[in-house]
Design a protein around this ligand. Structure first.
Ligand code: SF4
Length: 259
């Protein structure tokens, strides 16, 4: 999707904010989908979430968090034991290395605590800018924009940016919204990407953003076909919000895990 040549920067920002307001209505349940009870647990869960669904991570973490409650526990952990516990999340050897090194770095440099500044977080093993923003926004209430694969796809489909570099996208989209909204905006965009605006077949005909989206028509526009593509426990509510008969949403769509 390219930007409309006729839309001014101000017009684009206004449309972005309208999209933001619509998403607030569409996804009142948006939240960080990685279960956690502390900054350390969120840091560990986000490392495990690379190339893995949040649901799978949430299946693994209760035992892991109980076994390794502190950074020092990860620093001194037995590799084989960690590998075994996190195996279902994939790439478990690399992830185990990251978790042990994260524990060591936290103990050595931050007294065993997860720091609350972006500049410090990104120096930690296994923590890139995206993960750091997840931790800031959800564990420390510091506003952060999380540019994951869904976020990138959606803001480009909406014609809000033509950038492909996540840091440039973060700055460009961040400039369109008040800082205090950044964390929730990120959750809502990611929710929309997981439940409605899928990579392959977006549910355009059952999307609350249809009137604001220049990519309307990328997926089926016919309500019955589009309703079948909605996912997650609120799939029927999502259809109703878009003016589509909720009965068109099949039962398995409601049960389907949002990727
Ligand atoms: S109209 Fe289609 S492309 Fe646009 S946000 Fe909705 S589902 Fe995505």
């Amino acid at each position: 999707m390219t930007r409309s040549a006729t839309e001014t920067d101000l017009g684009r920002t206004r449309r972005a904010r309208r999209i933001g307001r619509e998403l607030t209505e569409t996804h009142p349940d948006a939240h960080c989908e990685l279960d956690h009870g502390s900054p350390l647990e969120l840091a560990v869960a986000t490392i495990l979430s690379a190339q893995c669904t949040d649901k799978k991570v949430n299946e693994v973490t209760p035992k892991l968090f109980a076994r390794y409650p502190t950074a020092a526990d990860y620093a001194g952990a037995d590799r084989g034991e960690v590998e075994e516990m996190i195996k279902p999340t994939g790439f478990y050897r690399n992830k185990t290395t990251s978790l042990i090194q994260l524990g060591q770095a936290l103990v050595e440099r931050y007294d065993g605590r997860v720091p609350n500044r972006l500049a410090d977080l990104v120096t930690l093993p296994g923590i890139g800018r995206k993960t750091a923003n997840v931790i800031l926004g959800n564990a420390f209430d510091v506003p952060g924009i999380t540019v994951d694969t869904h976020f990138q796809r959606l803001v480009r489909r909406w014609g809000l940016t033509t950038e492909t570099d996540p840091v440039k996208i973060e700055h460009e989209i961040g400039a369109m919204f008040p800082k205090r909204d950044w964390t929730m905006l990120s959750h809502r965009i990611i929710f929309h990407g997981r439940r409605v605006c899928h990579a392959r077949k977006p549910a355009c005909g059952a999307c609350t953003l249809a009137k604001l989206c220049p990519s309307y028509g990328t997926g089926p526009t016919e309500p019955a076909a589009a309703a079948k593509l909605l996912k997650g426990p609120r799939a029927r509510d999502l259809a109703a919000a878009a003016g589509v008969d909720p009965e068109l949403v099949p039962a398995q769509a409601v049960r389907a895990e949002a990727p």
